[in-house]
Design a protein around this ligand. Sequence first.
Ligand SMILES: NC(=O)c1ccc[n+]([C@@H]2O[C@H](COP(=O)([O-])OP(=O)(O)OC[C@H]3O[C@@H](n4cnc5c(N)ncnc54)[C@H](O)[C@@H]3O)[C@@H](O)[C@H]2O)c1
Length: 350
Amino acid sequence: MTTPDQQPARPGPGGAPATASARPAGAVSPEAVRTVACVGAGVIGGGWVAHFLARGYRVTAWDPAPDAERRLRDLVDSAWPALTRLGLAEGASVANLTVAPTLAEAVAGADFVQESAPERLELKVELLAEIDAAAPEHVVIGSSTSGYSMTEMQVRAARPGRLVVGHPFNPPYLVPLVEVVGGTATDAWAVEWASEFYRAAGKSVITMDRELPGFIGNRIQEAAWREALHMVANGEATVEQIDLAMTAGPGLRWAFFGPCLTFHLAGGEGGMAHMLDHFGPSLKSPWTRLESPELTPALRDAMVRETDEVAAGRSNAELIAQRDRRLIAVMRALAEVEAEEAREAQEARA
Ligand SMILES: NC(=O)c1ccc[n+]([C@@H]2O[C@H](COP(=O)([O-])OP(=O)(O)OC[C@H]3O[C@@H](n4cnc5c(N)ncnc54)[C@H](O)[C@@H]3O)[C@@H](O)[C@H]2O)c1
């Protein structure tokens, strides 16, 4: 379906043909972006501001709340030590942030706009139309929305072709994933442009070829979350047990191999094919409230073929060696941080 860092020819939502178009001659190249406008500067917008500043961009921000500038500068200041530890781009500085008095001034000189206003459809529809009216021609506009499709949000924009979803994960200044997808009226070039830009800005990008409620990351997260809620509601597990089950179990592996590559290894030498043939019948067992799709030969083959693609020629032994090494790296890093935290807590008490 979709894989990270691929730029497929993009069919439109639901598989319909996309609004195909070449990048307009006047569009700045994604690598040449210098100034990013961030519209809405709360938890996510502020996190984007911190990320773009740390990657060396100039940022102009706008947020209508009276205390927005103070909140934004506090957020950036508190993120900056972590970003400095992580490594700043050349020229990166908090001084590259300008808080603009109006939306129009914020976007006037931007090479890209990231919208992170509250999650209310009417507000997004109006705001995206306003940004579209004020931003220079050919500048791509990304929305951080967690739940709305761009098809729903772009209806009042005069130039909807440049509107895309660029869905981040909190905090955007640390978690790399951005999911990019257009709506029915989005031009294919804008989806490609945004994907290339986010990549140039240090993000891990999934370019989606169709709109999907919740995108990909949240659908996987939501499945685990709803099952956790069911287990608590039924007295089957406590919050403590659920969190430990994840942080001492699958969560550790999922930090570097996703659920598919992890299960490929559960199949031993036979990989995903053996895993599905062996555990296929368990899909009918009540191990979760989420129903499994029918494990048809076509689904089995797709899982085997695509997992092989992700394994990219690595043998079972090589994958096991990588898994073990990465598990140890993650566990050691966590142990180190926990020891540091304990030392700091002791010093604070002394
Ligand atoms: N919080 C998350 O974990 C998360 C993760 C991914 C995506 N998102 C999405 O990011 C967006 C922002 O969410 P948030 O959690 O930062 O919310 P938030 O409430 O922290 O921030 C929203 C900001 O928008 C400002 N605002 C209000 N009206 C505005 C307007 N008309 N124009 C511009 N700004 C306006 C508010 O003053 C506030 O500072 C939402 O679409 C949300 O779904 C959130």
